[in-house]
Design a protein around this ligand. Structure first.
Ligand SMILES: *[C@@H]1O[C@H](CO)[C@@H](O)[C@H](O)[C@H]1NC(C)=O
Ligand SMILES: *[C@@H]1O[C@H](CO)[C@@H](O)[C@H](O)[C@H]1NC(C)=O
Length: 255
Protein backbone atom coordinates (compact mmCIF):
# COMPACT_ATOMS: atom_id res chain seq x y z
CA UNK A 1 0.00 0.00 0.00
CA UNK A 2 2.79 2.36 0.93
CA UNK A 3 4.51 1.61 -2.36
CA UNK A 4 1.35 2.23 -4.29
CA UNK A 5 0.88 5.50 -2.46
CA UNK A 6 4.41 6.51 -3.27
CA UNK A 7 3.94 5.54 -6.87
CA UNK A 8 0.74 7.48 -7.11
CA UNK A 9 2.17 10.46 -5.31
CA UNK A 10 5.03 10.49 -7.77
CA UNK A 11 2.52 10.36 -10.58
CA UNK A 12 0.51 13.20 -9.12
CA UNK A 13 3.66 15.21 -8.64
CA UNK A 14 4.69 14.57 -12.22
CA UNK A 15 1.50 15.84 -13.76
CA UNK A 16 -2.09 16.54 -13.02
CA UNK A 17 -3.39 13.40 -14.68
CA UNK A 18 -2.98 9.81 -13.69
CA UNK A 19 -2.22 7.99 -16.86
CA UNK A 20 -0.98 4.77 -18.32
CA UNK A 21 1.40 4.43 -21.28
CA UNK A 22 2.84 1.78 -23.58
CA UNK A 23 6.59 1.42 -23.90
CA UNK A 24 8.02 -1.10 -26.34
CA UNK A 25 4.85 -1.61 -28.32
CA UNK A 26 4.49 -1.60 -32.09
CA UNK A 27 2.49 0.54 -34.47
CA UNK A 28 -0.99 -0.90 -34.89
CA UNK A 29 -2.22 -1.66 -38.39
CA UNK A 30 -4.27 1.45 -39.27
CA UNK A 31 -7.87 1.09 -38.06
CA UNK A 32 -7.38 -2.53 -37.01
CA UNK A 33 -8.91 -1.57 -33.65
CA UNK A 34 -11.87 0.53 -34.80
CA UNK A 35 -13.33 0.49 -31.28
CA UNK A 36 -10.48 2.60 -29.85
CA UNK A 37 -11.48 5.97 -28.44
CA UNK A 38 -9.21 8.87 -27.52
CA UNK A 39 -10.51 10.86 -24.56
CA UNK A 40 -9.19 14.38 -25.03
CA UNK A 41 -9.14 17.64 -23.14
CA UNK A 42 -8.62 20.80 -25.16
CA UNK A 43 -7.28 18.71 -28.03
CA UNK A 44 -4.81 16.80 -25.84
CA UNK A 45 -5.07 13.05 -25.47
CA UNK A 46 -5.72 12.03 -21.85
CA UNK A 47 -6.93 8.44 -21.80
CA UNK A 48 -8.13 5.59 -23.95
CA UNK A 49 -11.62 4.17 -24.10
CA UNK A 50 -13.65 1.59 -25.96
CA UNK A 51 -16.80 2.07 -28.01
CA UNK A 52 -19.52 -0.34 -26.82
CA UNK A 53 -22.40 0.68 -29.11
CA UNK A 54 -23.81 3.72 -30.92
CA UNK A 55 -24.14 5.68 -27.71
CA UNK A 56 -21.71 4.48 -25.08
CA UNK A 57 -17.98 4.37 -24.35
CA UNK A 58 -16.35 2.46 -21.50
CA UNK A 59 -13.23 3.91 -19.85
CA UNK A 60 -11.55 4.13 -16.43
CA UNK A 61 -13.33 6.19 -13.76
CA UNK A 62 -10.12 8.05 -12.90
CA UNK A 63 -10.06 9.39 -16.48
CA UNK A 64 -13.22 11.45 -15.97
CA UNK A 65 -12.65 13.26 -12.69
CA UNK A 66 -12.44 16.68 -14.35
CA UNK A 67 -15.38 18.75 -15.62
CA UNK A 68 -16.75 16.91 -18.60
CA UNK A 69 -17.63 20.04 -20.64
CA UNK A 70 -13.96 20.22 -21.59
CA UNK A 71 -13.67 16.58 -22.59
CA UNK A 72 -14.15 15.17 -26.08
CA UNK A 73 -14.29 11.64 -27.38
CA UNK A 74 -12.48 11.15 -30.69
CA UNK A 75 -13.39 8.02 -32.66
CA UNK A 76 -11.87 6.30 -35.67
CA UNK A 77 -8.37 7.65 -34.99
CA UNK A 78 -5.08 6.11 -36.03
CA UNK A 79 -2.76 9.10 -35.78
CA UNK A 80 -3.38 11.63 -33.00
CA UNK A 81 -4.31 15.06 -34.31
CA UNK A 82 -5.82 13.87 -37.56
CA UNK A 83 -9.38 15.01 -38.19
CA UNK A 84 -11.84 12.41 -36.92
CA UNK A 85 -15.43 12.25 -35.68
CA UNK A 86 -15.54 13.95 -32.27
CA UNK A 87 -18.28 13.80 -29.65
CA UNK A 88 -19.07 15.60 -26.45
CA UNK A 89 -20.05 13.68 -23.33
CA UNK A 90 -23.75 13.84 -22.57
CA UNK A 91 -23.60 11.79 -19.40
CA UNK A 92 -20.96 10.23 -17.15
CA UNK A 93 -21.90 7.17 -15.11
CA UNK A 94 -19.11 6.31 -12.69
CA UNK A 95 -19.25 2.89 -11.10
CA UNK A 96 -21.15 3.50 -7.84
CA UNK A 97 -18.39 1.84 -5.83
CA UNK A 98 -15.39 3.30 -7.65
CA UNK A 99 -12.62 4.56 -5.43
CA UNK A 100 -10.46 7.43 -6.67
CA UNK A 101 -6.66 7.61 -6.72
CA UNK A 102 -4.84 6.14 -4.89
CA UNK A 103 -7.20 3.22 -4.29
CA UNK A 104 -8.63 2.82 -7.77
CA UNK A 105 -11.12 0.09 -7.06
CA UNK A 106 -13.98 -0.51 -9.49
CA UNK A 107 -12.19 1.96 -11.77
CA UNK A 108 -14.85 2.05 -14.51
CA UNK A 109 -16.98 4.76 -16.09
CA UNK A 110 -19.56 4.68 -18.85
CA UNK A 111 -19.74 7.77 -21.03
CA UNK A 112 -22.79 8.59 -23.11
CA UNK A 113 -22.02 10.40 -26.35
CA UNK A 114 -24.00 13.48 -27.37
CA UNK A 115 -24.89 11.87 -30.69
CA UNK A 116 -25.38 8.49 -32.30
CA UNK A 117 -22.23 7.00 -33.77
CA UNK A 118 -22.44 5.91 -37.36
CA UNK A 119 -20.42 2.73 -37.68
CA UNK A 120 -17.97 2.73 -40.59
CA UNK A 121 -14.79 1.01 -41.71
CA UNK A 122 -12.84 2.98 -39.11
CA UNK A 123 -15.46 3.07 -36.33
CA UNK A 124 -16.95 -0.13 -34.91
CA UNK A 125 -18.01 -1.10 -31.39
CA UNK A 126 -16.31 -3.92 -29.46
CA UNK A 127 -18.54 -6.56 -27.91
CA UNK A 128 -18.87 -7.02 -24.17
CA UNK A 129 -17.85 -10.36 -22.62
CA UNK A 130 -20.40 -13.17 -22.71
CA UNK A 131 -20.10 -14.88 -19.35
CA UNK A 132 -19.13 -13.49 -15.96
CA UNK A 133 -16.01 -15.57 -15.71
CA UNK A 134 -12.70 -13.86 -14.93
CA UNK A 135 -9.82 -14.09 -17.40
CA UNK A 136 -7.60 -17.05 -16.46
CA UNK A 137 -3.90 -16.68 -15.64
CA UNK A 138 -1.74 -17.32 -18.69
CA UNK A 139 -4.33 -16.00 -21.15
CA UNK A 140 -2.79 -13.98 -23.96
CA UNK A 141 -4.19 -10.50 -24.41
CA UNK A 142 -3.32 -7.26 -26.13
CA UNK A 143 -3.66 -3.61 -25.29
CA UNK A 144 -3.45 -0.47 -27.39
CA UNK A 145 -3.10 3.23 -26.80
CA UNK A 146 -1.58 6.58 -27.68
CA UNK A 147 0.20 6.91 -24.34
CA UNK A 148 3.84 7.76 -23.78
CA UNK A 149 6.34 5.56 -25.60
CA UNK A 150 9.36 6.72 -23.63
CA UNK A 151 9.89 8.12 -20.21
CA UNK A 152 10.25 11.01 -20.03
CA UNK A 153 8.71 11.41 -23.42
CA UNK A 154 5.86 12.30 -25.62
CA UNK A 155 2.62 10.69 -26.49
CA UNK A 156 2.65 8.26 -29.39
CA UNK A 157 1.30 9.78 -32.56
CA UNK A 158 0.43 6.44 -34.11
CA UNK A 159 -1.69 3.99 -32.13
CA UNK A 160 0.61 1.52 -30.32
CA UNK A 161 -0.23 -2.05 -29.41
CA UNK A 162 1.41 -4.59 -27.14
CA UNK A 163 0.89 -8.30 -26.42
CA UNK A 164 0.58 -9.26 -22.78
CA UNK A 165 -0.39 -12.28 -20.75
CA UNK A 166 -2.46 -12.50 -17.61
CA UNK A 167 -0.51 -13.10 -14.40
CA UNK A 168 -1.70 -15.19 -11.50
CA UNK A 169 -3.63 -12.78 -9.28
CA UNK A 170 -2.39 -14.27 -6.03
CA UNK A 171 1.22 -13.85 -7.15
CA UNK A 172 0.51 -10.32 -8.35
CA UNK A 173 -1.00 -9.52 -4.96
CA UNK A 174 1.89 -10.85 -2.88
CA UNK A 175 4.35 -8.73 -0.96
CA UNK A 176 6.95 -8.73 -3.74
CA UNK A 177 4.44 -7.51 -6.28
CA UNK A 178 1.47 -5.22 -5.56
CA UNK A 179 1.44 -6.22 -1.89
CA UNK A 180 -2.24 -6.62 -1.14
CA UNK A 181 -3.57 -3.83 -3.35
CA UNK A 182 -5.04 -6.16 -5.98
CA UNK A 183 -8.77 -6.70 -5.57
CA UNK A 184 -10.59 -9.75 -6.94
CA UNK A 185 -11.85 -7.96 -10.09
CA UNK A 186 -8.42 -6.84 -11.23
CA UNK A 187 -6.25 -8.39 -13.95
CA UNK A 188 -2.45 -8.17 -13.72
CA UNK A 189 -0.63 -8.21 -17.03
CA UNK A 190 2.96 -8.89 -18.12
CA UNK A 191 4.85 -8.87 -21.40
CA UNK A 192 4.14 -11.88 -23.52
CA UNK A 193 7.76 -12.72 -24.12
CA UNK A 194 10.24 -13.30 -21.30
CA UNK A 195 13.01 -11.86 -23.47
CA UNK A 196 11.39 -8.47 -23.45
CA UNK A 197 13.04 -5.86 -21.28
CA UNK A 198 11.11 -4.71 -18.21
CA UNK A 199 10.47 -1.37 -19.87
CA UNK A 200 8.55 -3.14 -22.55
CA UNK A 201 5.92 -4.14 -20.06
CA UNK A 202 5.22 -0.63 -18.98
CA UNK A 203 1.73 0.42 -19.75
CA UNK A 204 1.39 3.87 -18.22
CA UNK A 205 0.66 7.50 -19.07
CA UNK A 206 -2.23 8.06 -21.46
CA UNK A 207 -3.19 4.45 -22.05
CA UNK A 208 -5.38 3.97 -19.03
CA UNK A 209 -9.05 3.59 -19.86
CA UNK A 210 -8.11 1.61 -22.97
CA UNK A 211 -9.40 -1.91 -23.57
CA UNK A 212 -7.60 -5.17 -22.85
CA UNK A 213 -8.58 -7.68 -25.55
CA UNK A 214 -8.06 -11.37 -24.76
CA UNK A 215 -10.69 -13.14 -26.81
CA UNK A 216 -10.98 -11.69 -30.31
CA UNK A 217 -13.79 -9.20 -30.62
CA UNK A 218 -14.44 -8.79 -26.88
CA UNK A 219 -13.34 -6.33 -24.23
CA UNK A 220 -11.93 -8.28 -21.27
CA UNK A 221 -10.59 -5.38 -19.23
CA UNK A 222 -9.92 -1.67 -18.95
CA UNK A 223 -6.37 -0.50 -18.15
CA UNK A 224 -6.32 1.03 -14.71
CA UNK A 225 -2.86 1.58 -13.22
CA UNK A 226 0.82 0.70 -13.30
CA UNK A 227 4.01 1.85 -11.61
CA UNK A 228 6.17 4.85 -12.44
CA UNK A 229 9.40 2.89 -12.17
CA UNK A 230 10.26 1.60 -15.62
CA UNK A 231 12.53 -1.15 -14.35
CA UNK A 232 10.16 -2.45 -11.71
CA UNK A 233 8.94 -5.80 -13.01
CA UNK A 234 7.19 -6.35 -9.69
CA UNK A 235 4.67 -3.62 -10.43
CA UNK A 236 3.03 -4.91 -13.60
CA UNK A 237 0.18 -3.05 -15.28
CA UNK A 238 -3.24 -3.72 -13.80
CA UNK A 239 -6.61 -3.67 -15.55
CA UNK A 240 -10.17 -3.88 -14.26
CA UNK A 241 -11.91 -7.02 -15.50
CA UNK A 242 -15.11 -6.20 -17.37
CA UNK A 243 -17.02 -9.50 -16.99
CA UNK A 244 -17.77 -9.12 -13.24
CA UNK A 245 -19.32 -5.70 -13.94
CA UNK A 246 -21.72 -6.88 -16.64
CA UNK A 247 -24.88 -6.49 -14.51
CA UNK A 248 -24.00 -2.82 -13.87
CA UNK A 249 -23.03 -2.17 -17.50
CA UNK A 250 -26.19 -3.79 -18.87
CA UNK A 251 -28.35 -1.80 -16.47
CA UNK A 252 -26.79 1.52 -17.47
CA UNK A 253 -26.92 0.76 -21.20
CA UNK A 254 -30.59 -0.24 -20.99
CA UNK A 255 -31.67 3.12 -19.54
C1 LIG B 1 3.15 -4.61 2.37
O1 LIG B 1 2.04 -4.07 3.04
C2 LIG B 1 2.12 -4.22 4.43
C3 LIG B 1 0.80 -3.82 5.06
O2 LIG B 1 0.12 -2.88 4.29
C4 LIG B 1 3.31 -3.41 4.95
O3 LIG B 1 3.40 -3.50 6.34
C5 LIG B 1 4.56 -3.93 4.29
O4 LIG B 1 5.67 -3.16 4.65
C6 LIG B 1 4.44 -3.91 2.78
N1 LIG B 1 5.56 -4.62 2.20
C7 LIG B 1 6.29 -4.10 1.23
C8 LIG B 1 7.38 -4.97 0.72
O5 LIG B 1 6.07 -3.01 0.77
C1 LIG C 1 -4.97 -9.13 -2.02
O1 LIG C 1 -4.56 -8.99 -0.70
C2 LIG C 1 -5.41 -8.20 0.10
C3 LIG C 1 -4.77 -8.06 1.46
O2 LIG C 1 -4.36 -9.28 1.96
C4 LIG C 1 -6.78 -8.84 0.17
O3 LIG C 1 -7.66 -8.04 0.91
C5 LIG C 1 -7.32 -9.02 -1.25
O4 LIG C 1 -8.56 -9.65 -1.26
C6 LIG C 1 -6.32 -9.79 -2.08
N1 LIG C 1 -6.76 -9.86 -3.46
C7 LIG C 1 -7.06 -11.02 -4.06
C8 LIG C 1 -7.45 -10.93 -5.49
O5 LIG C 1 -7.04 -12.09 -3.52
Amino acid sequence: MLLLLMVLEALWAGGNTFETHIIGGRNAVPHSRPYMVSLQKSGCHQCGGVLLNQNWVLTAAHCVTQPTQQLRLVLGLHVLGEPSPTYRIKKVVLHPKHKPVPHLENDLALLKLDGKVKPSKTIQPLALPQGRQAVAAGTRCSVAGWGLTHQPGQLAKVLQELDLRVLDTRMCNNSRFWNGTISPHMICLAADSKSQAPCKVRVLGGDSGGPVVCRRGQVAGILSFSSVECTDIFKPPVAVAVAPYMPWIKKVLRH
